[in-house]
Ligand binder design. Structure first.
Ligand code: SF4
Ligand code: SF4
Ligand code: SF4
Length: 303
């Protein structure tokens, strides 16, 4: 896993090279310290000590979000032999970890963590992302120009790019079942589907209390830490574990600062980039979509 310093360098480099810098208006950077998340927002507490790697959550997400049927069915456990990342066809994946000293494997479900101060949101110069009061980080494909800055900025490597529609770029990720469930007060599909009660849906503040209670009552079962309570400014999805989080694929060197704070200094150095790149990328996108429209028109005229 990348060290904190390397990650910061990577973000700075990525932001410059990938036009991400464009992106971060000074106002956004200034606002980063002042926003503490929505106090009544919802979240999910993921208790890794209970997960058996059955992939029911993956199947439920796939169905709820209308994602394509995967090449390997959800009851095929052989996919657990590789470490997978979320993708345009899988907004959540479960990975298996063999941890020295443990007599059984551990499993970890991955999806967007719905950060309190999301790097994807603050890095997007066309404001394609929104943090809703309910706690979801949602994405508006209609304004996205496909620069993929959010993919570089996300500390958890979550947003996936839909390569099937290059001229109409779409970023794909877990949206906390916002449209179909969260905004109606219902738990996400993956939460409802879990047979082991690994996933607890509730007010983020209550989940933090619940997590600490579980740790206090079972000190031999859990390490004394809720991952996501404070990391990168706090996340809506948080985790309990029986082993150090670095053993189950978490980046334990991210720190508690929101990611945008790492690039504030950089942003003040390159105001020109901030001015130029949005126009350039907007122009490229318009050019691409215009070309496509002309091509479609020509093809229609030939018929
Ligand atoms: S995990 Fe990544 S994609 Fe999800 S809200 Fe945080 S920065 Fe955005
Ligand atoms: S919250 Fe909804 S979109 Fe996100 S992983 Fe669970 S089922 Fe999928
Ligand atoms: S449904 Fe529950 S037990 Fe099964 S893999 Fe997902 S989180 Fe783990």
């Amino acid at each position: 896993m990348m060290s904190t310093l390397n990650r910061r360098k990577f973000l700075k480099g990525g932001l410059l090279g990938g036009a991400a810098a464009t992106v971060l208006g000074t106002k956004k950077a200034e606002a980063a310290h002042s926003f503490g998340g929505y106090p009544e927002s919802m979240g999910v507490l993921v208790d890794l000590t209970r997960c058996v790697g059955c992939r029911s959550c993956e199947a439920a997400c796939n169905k709820e979000q209308g994602l394509p049927t995967p090449a390997q069915p959800f009851d095929d456990q052989s996919v657990l032999n590789q470490k997978r990342r979320t993708s345009e066809g899988a907004y959540t994946v479960v990975n298996r970890y063999e941890v020295p000293g443990q007599d059984h494997p551990l499993f970890r479900k991955i999806q967007c963590n719905h950060c309190n101060e999301p790097a994807c949101l603050t890095s997007c110069f066309v404001n394609a992302y929104k943090k809703t009061p309910e706690g979801a980080v949602v994405y508006d494909a209609s304004v996205c120009v496909g620069c993929r800055t959010c993919m570089v900025a996300c500390p958890f490597y979550v947003p996936a790019y839909s390569y099937s529609s290059v001229l109409n770029p779409v970023v794909k990720k877990c949206i906390f079942c916002y449209d179909t469930r969260l905004k109606l007060g219902r738990p996400p599909a993956c939460v409802e589907a879990c047979p082991q009660e690994v996933l607890t849906f509730g007010r983020r503040q209550d989940l933090i209390k619940l997590g600490h209670e579980r740790i206090r009552s079972n000190p031999d079962r859990y390490v004394d830490h809720i991952y996501g309570e404070k990391e990168v400014g706090g996340t809506a999805w948080m985790y309990l574990s029986s082993v150090g989080f670095e053993n189950v694929g978490f980046d334990t060197e991210l720190g508690n600062e929101p990611i945008i704070n790492y690039v504030k200094e950089f942003l003040t150095i390159v105001p020109m980039v901030l001015t130029i790149w949005p126009a350039l990328f907007g122009g490229f996108h318009l050019l691409a979509t215009r070309k496509e429209a002309v091509k479609n028109e020509q093809q229609a005229n030939k018929r």
